[in-house]
Design a protein around this ligand. Structure first.
Ligand SMILES: Nc1ncnc2c1ncn2[C@@H]1O[C@H](COP(=O)(O)OP(=O)(O)OP(=O)(O)O)[C@@H](O)[C@H]1O
Length: 260
């Protein structure tokens, strides 16, 4: 069912992803509403990237349907893809292009006209005005992340997909990126991110879905998940320093075993 304030930014229903005989994603369903940050959490190999890749159209689902801003990815792939912005990995950018050249290049790819003033204001906004003539490969990890978030949102997409956006960032850069993601959310866009950081999930995600072995275990707000599980003996058993956190609930639900 659509959200009362407009179409869902993302509607995944009964998604399955197979690699040959191996089923990596099984019957996964969730929604991202306008103005919502939805976090997909799960241990290594749970199926987060496979789910994201199917939404991005990079791999064909074996089962289920994906609708982006109301467009069925199978029926209207161009419309669906135009409505989403994907944060590319740093390795996807040509390292010998300057920051300014990369912004111009992707503006062109997405058909967005960027005046000189607009480019200056983007660079100012991501605090890279002084580094505009630096080559991408010479930027720090945090600076590269800022550029890739700008590129993901340059065409003002209704759905933004971020795969572990803050991995490797220092606390300052991480907070700043959270603020940028929240600002995108506050404009009414939907954001789907994956993260291994429970702190990130608790701080920025409006709702989270925990997946494991390709299946959704639970979906709710971080606080509701803590409240629902905090009295359970398995959760109390893994909690540390006398306070139940989202990480305790996550570990109790997905187990203590480190994945192969
Ligand atoms: N191209 C592939 N061919 C075969 N199996 C794959 C392929 N890509 C992923 N898998 C398998 O599918 C499962 C889910 O992988 P996926 O990368 O989606 O997990 P993830 O939740 O993103 O993990 P991580 O947190 O480690 O990034 C894993 O068992 C993985 O080994």
């Amino acid at each position: 069912m659509d959200h009362p304030f407009g179409p869902l930014m993302l509607h995944v229903e009964g998604l399955g992803v197979r690699y040959g005989n191996f089923q990596a994603v099984k019957d996964v369903s969730f929604e991202v509403h306008p103005g919502e940050i939805f976090g997909l959490l799960g241990p290594n190999g749970a199926g987060k990237t496979s789910t994201l890749s199917a939404i991005e159209g990079l791999l064909k689902p074996s089962e289920g349907s994906i609708r982006v801003a109301g467009y069925d990815l199978k029926v209207k792939p161009r419309h669906a893809k135009a409505a989403m912005g994907v944060q590319l990995q740093a390795t996807s950018f040509q390292s010998d292009l300057t920051v300014e050249e990369i912004i111009k290049l992707f503006g062109g790819i997405y058909g967005v006209h960027l005046s000189k003033g607009k480019i200056e204001s983007i660079l100012d906004d991501i605090k890279l005005a002084e580094a505009s003539t630096k080559k991408f490969g010479q930027l720090s990890g945090g600076q590269q992340q800022r550029v890739s978030l700008v590129i993901a949102t340059i065409h003002n997409p209704r759905l933004v997909l971020l795969d572990e956006p803050t991995t490797g960032l220092d606390p300052q850069s991480r907070r700043q990126l959270w603020e940028r993601i929240e600002a995108i959310r506050d404009k009414g866009h939907g954001i789907l991110l994956t993260t291994h950081s429970m702190e990130e999930a608790e701080s920025v995600c409006d709702r989270i879905g925990i997946i494991d072995h390709g299946k959704v275990l639970t979906i709710d707000t971080p606080q509701a998940l803590i409240d629902r599980h905090k009295e359970e003996p398995e959760v109390i058993a893994v909690s540390r320093r006398g306070r139940v956190t989202l990480e305790d609930v996550f570990i109790a639900l997905t187990g203590k075993t480190v994945r192969a």
